[in-house]
Ligand binder design. Structure first.
Ligand code: HEM
Ligand SMILES: N[C@@H](CC(=O)c1ccccc1NC=O)C(=O)O
Length: 279
């Protein structure tokens, strides 16, 4: 005698969703899964689109976490900030692992649809710029690709009007009796801050006695962790780009690989890296 095929409804699985919210209703899947619109017939274009869309979704979450981490630090709620910062690092790890999928696309496959991209480029990713601005890398020139979109410029300007993640970490040290010099008196958050020896000395004190300053020490390490994963993302990007387009100019108009190599030099939390040499 053959067994009847297993029917999960017999143990209660809901099978009727007329008038009820289903999985795809909740996740708005029609919108998400209907948003891939390849412009060519090339097999690999779907990979390219999905890779970018999923990256942008993870970036959306990263922005949500970093904004809440900034607020938590401002309110001296360091434990919740730590949770969000740990998640940030994990999100970047996720983005880093995703390069393994894109790396399977060869130059021959990419050239089949590259022309169709026009002058669009990741250089115009406003969520990527938001993450950089929120973290503390505030290069105002990066606002201009969005000049035609007042709503995006307004959102980025709103970020630039407030202290960055690193600024908030420094203000926290200031509130707790550390001399952070110039950084205690800043009013213009748009301007790129300069490195500051007093801040370096404050981190040095913290790293010299972790037990005494555990919360600040833990915050410092979470920030370094985040920057470490961010650097790996930049490195994976430039290596994948060189592997796929060599030294060609970018569709966004930059020199391509040499521009991206220059971006590898960006340091988000300079005194936290410098302090290592001093210990
Ligand atoms: C075939 C794969 C890729 C190639 C060939 C490529 C190429 C490039 C190039 C040449 C640039 C420099 C700007 C330009 O002139 O276009 C750039 C920038 C950028 N790309 Fe990609 N990219 C690829 C995949 C990705 C992916 C998957 C993401 C994820 C969202 C991404 C995000 C970015 C971002 C955020 C920038 C700006 C970086 C900065 O200004 O520091 N790219 N890309
Ligand atoms: N800049 C790339 C094109 C590119 O990668 C791209 C194009 C449109 C949307 C996202 C992209 N990804 C990252 O730059 C290139 O020069 O081939």
């Amino acid at each position: 005698m053959t067994d009847k095929p297993y029917d999960p409804s017999q143990e209660g699985a809901q099978m009727s969703f007329a008038g009820r919210m289903s999985y795809s209703d909740y996740l708005n899947l029609e919108l998400v899964l209907g948003a891939q619109k390849p412009l060519s017939g090339a097999h690999d274009e779907l990979l390219f689109i999905i890779q970018h869309q999923t990256s942008e979704l993870w970036m959306k979450l990263a922005i949500h976490e970093i904004c809440s981490a900034i607020t938590a630090i401002r309110q001296d709620q360091l434990q919740s900030a730590f949770k969000m910062l740990s998640r940030m690092a994990r999100i970047f790890e996720q983005l880093n692992n995703a390069w393994d999928v894109l790396r399977t696309m060869t130059p021959s496959e990419y050239t089949k649809f590259r022309d169709r991209l026009g002058q669009s480029s990741g250089f115009q990713s406003y969520q990527y710029r938001a993450i950089e601005f929120l973290a503390g890398n505030r290069n105002l020139a990066m606002l201009h690709p969005h000049d035609h979109r007042g709503d995006i410029v307004a959102r980025l300007e709103e970020i630039l009007a407030a202290p960055s993640l690193y600024d908030e970490a420094l203000l926290l040290l200031g509130r707790n009796g550390f001399d952070i010099g110039e950084d205690a008196h800043r009013t213009d958050w748009r301007a790129t801050r300069s490195e500051n020896d007093k801040v370096l000395a404050a981190w040095k004190t913290i790293y010299a006695s972790p037990g005494t300053y555990w919360m600040f020490y833990e915050l410092a390490e979470k920030l370094v962790d985040f920057e470490d994963y961010f650097r790996r993302w930049r490195f994976n990007h430039v290596t994948t780009v060189e592997r796929i387009i060599g030294l060609k100019q970018g569709t966004g108009g930059t020199s391509g690989v040499s521009y991206l190599r220059r971006m590898l030099e960006i340091v988000l939390f300079p005194e936290l890296w410098k302090v290592r040499t001093e210990l």
